[in-house]
Design a binder for this molecule. Structure first.
Ligand code: KIV
Length: 284
């Protein structure tokens, strides 16, 4: 009886979060406090953002992974602040409920907290987004301090940080050794103390991610970081199966959109070639 009542209370709690009209950083904190998992996906344009928001995702990340999946670059390094603002302003127009977070691109914040704030102000003013994300731990503390002081929510990003790929050399799992694991945990605490509202942990051992989520009070969102964190994020193109080549172990693919789209385009080409399209009903 008691268990049934507790289960019902839990279901009601979870339903309430679905009913929330606007997700804010405070809502995300409440979700962590009540053990309700946070869902996050990337989007880079109006049409996709509208679908993802309508489905009820809590956070939409305008990730600098746009550099890979939208622009075809090998890394996230080439994407510019202007390009991120273009993607973010398109996404914001398609979103009613989700919190929209925008990546500060490589070169727009590293080593200079004033530049970090100026880049953030441009993103906030020109796109209408709700928060920014940046990569790194204690090296970016001053930038986080400055941005948070200006009233803008900041999401941190630790573990595999793709903007540092040439320092790492590979995209393999990070923080498997004690020294790097200790630095990651200490960086998470630095980011929390500096005022970050959440932290993304990318491609690290599940046990370490669980420890971080336990040690910090703010939400911890994982990608390739196991199930004992407060939420999950995936790149939309990866989970929809638009990227044929990218199949890391942590990815769950929900569609095979590459083949579905290719088949649809193939059928259209056939119809045109056969003079089957347009038919009488499809003309004036
Ligand atoms: O740019 C991005 O898509 C990201 C996610 C992988 C977290 O940073």
């Amino acid at each position: 009886m008691l268990i049934e009542r507790l289960t019902l209370a839990l279901i009601l709690q979870k339903m309430d979060f679905k009913k929330i009209k606007k997700v804010t950083t405070h809502v995300l904190q409440e979700m962590k406090d009540k053990s309700v998992k946070i869902s996050m996906l990337t989007a880079y344009d109006f049409s996709m953002a509208r679908i993802v928001d309508d489905a009820g995702v809590d956070v939409i990340l305008v990730g600098d992974s746009a550099s890979n999946v939208m622009a075809g670059n090998e890394t996230t390094l080439p994407i510019t602040l202007d390009q991120m603002i273009y993607h973010a302003s398109s996404v914001v127009k398609g979103v009613n409920r989700a919190l929209v977070v925008v990546d500060l691109p490589f070169g727009s914040y590293q080593g200079n907290s004033k530049e970090a704030l100026n880049s953030t102000i441009r993103i906030m003013k020109e796109s209408g987004a709700h928060a920014v994300k940046l990569e790194g731990g204690k090296e970016v503390k001053e930038s986080v301090d400055r941005i948070v002081s200006a009233g803008v929510p900041v999401m941190g990003h630790l573990g595999l940080t793709p903007q540092s790929i040439y320092k790492f050399g590979t995209y393999t799992v990070r923080a498997t050794g004690d020294e790097e694991a200790e630095k990651l945990l200490s960086d998470a605490k630095v980011l929390e103390a500096a005022g970050c509202f959440a932290i993304v942990l990318e491609k690290i051992p599940a046990q370490l991610a669980a420890e971080v989520a336990e040690e910090v009070k703010i939400p911890v969102i994982g990608i390739g970081a196991g199930n004992k964190v407060d939420g999950q994020v995936l790149v939309l193109h990866d989970m929809l199966g638009i990227n044929k080549e990218f199949k890391p172990r942590f990815l769950r693919q929900y569609l095979n959109l590459y083949d579905e789209m290719k088949n649809a385009v193939g059928r259209y080409i056939d119809d045109v070639k056969k003079s089957d399209f347009p038919n009488e009903k499809e003309q004036y």
